[in-house]
Design a protein around this ligand. Structure first.
Ligand code: PRP
Ligand code: URA
Length: 209
């Protein structure tokens, strides 16, 4: 069974509160999502492997560590996942970015794929699938399925807010994928929106309605 990690860092929780607030406008919403994504990237990369090196300081030889250089890939689910990419790239600028275009059919709630473009070596990369919202879990589960079909082996899922139903779905379909979130909310409403959630993440990020 995959693990679920809830990032309870005070800065993440503080910023998430303003992300949720319906009075937060597009510009501030975008900035806050970017900041929280960076803070979550800081937490999610805790287990990145290091190797020993030595450097000459002006004073002496120092035994130090640098990142081993494991290849990373970010995979935002379009379109709302895009809002989290830059924040993560600030910390991990060498990560490659693949894109999966999925939208949730408003009638059936099933994910519909309309785009995908991945780095050619995704089978060798540790991938982080990014989407602010994990509601029914249909979009994330489908994105992960597509990536596995393309040869991906190591996948993490990073979301701002998850509903219990979405977590259950990903755990059922992809028990090898750990899930990293800033909050697990109460439930889904009759339109499968997360309650209390933040509303429509894509619309709030891009100012559409
Ligand atoms: C939202 C969100 C997720 C999906 C979550 O995208 O960004 O991708 O819904 O719902 P699910 O867990 O029930 O699948 P949406 O389909 O609204 O597309 P958009 O990002 O283009 O607005
Ligand atoms: N997609 C969103 O953007 N918000 C939700 O609450 C559910 C799906």
């Amino acid at each position: 069974m995959s693990n679920v990690y809830v990032f309870d860092h005070p800065l993440i929780q503080h910023k998430l509160t303003y992300i949720r607030d319906k009075n937060t406008g597009t510009k501030e919403f975008r900035e806050l999502v970017d900041e929280v994504a960076a803070l979550m990237a800081y937490e999610i990369t805790r287990d990145m492997p290091l190797r020993d090196v030595t450097v000459e300081t002006p004073v002496a030889t120092a035994k130090c560590k640098v990142l081993e250089g494991k290849k990373l890939g970010l995979v935002p689910i379009l379109r709302a996942g895009l809002g989290m990419v830059d924040g993560i790239l600030k910390l991990i600028p060498t990560a490659k970015v693949g894109h999966i275009g999925l939208y949730r059919d408003p009638e059936t709630l099933e994910p519909v794929q309309y785009y995908s473009k991945m780095p050619s070596d995704i089978g060798e990369r540790d991938l982080i699938v990014i989407d602010p919202m994990l509601a029914t879990g249909g979009s994330a589960a489908e994105a992960i399925r597509i990536l596995k079909e393309m040869g991906a082996k190591n996948i993490k899922l990073m979301c701002l807010i998850a509903a219990p139903e979405g977590i259950e779905r990903v755990q059922k379909d992809h028990s090898d994928v750990d899930i990293y979130v800033a909050a697990v909310d109460e439930k889904l409403n009759e339109k499968s929106y997360i309650v209390p959630g933040l509303g429509d993440a894509g619309d709030r990020l891009f100012g559409t309605k």
